[in-house]
Design a protein around this ligand. Sequence first.
Ligand code: FES
Length: 182
Amino acid sequence: MTTKTDPPAGAEAPSKEPNSRRDFLMKAGLGAGVVALVGQAGASLRSLVPNVSYDAPTTVKLGAPIDFPDGMKFLPDERLFVFREGKTFHAISAVCTHLGCTVRAEALSKVEEASVEGKPLRLTHRFQCPCHGSKYSGDGTNQTGPAPKPLAWYHLSVAVDDGQLVVDLAQEVGHDFRLTVA
Ligand code: FES
């Protein structure tokens, strides 16, 4: 049998915090924990996204115009054919429009004069893909095989600082595009 005893005289009775105060302290502690967790998660996610973009630039300097022979020059790094007719230049992609193999240029036995999109064009080559046999005419138009569309033509310009030819591999142009250098 137990008997209930009063606290000795002079001793403090156990404190009885009001419920509202205890709730407030618990909620405040919980809130601080959630804020800390969210902050940490945000910092972790942010660390996955770099401040700097490391995408490759789309413009590439190709060299001085004088370094390009009259006719065609293949640039393997850019997978690009650059054609020169005197002072005018145009550039055709060597990337097959089927599944992206590098097409090969084949010199025509006889240079052809053609009108492409209303502009004269001297055709010196045609192209064919070694992977699945697509064939393209000298201006890059797909003729046979699974290639669904023509080879891309890219924008050319002259760099203001050193006069080199510059290709923009993100800027496709029509088959009437020509760059004329001074
Ligand atoms: S990748 Fe060129 S024909 Fe298939």
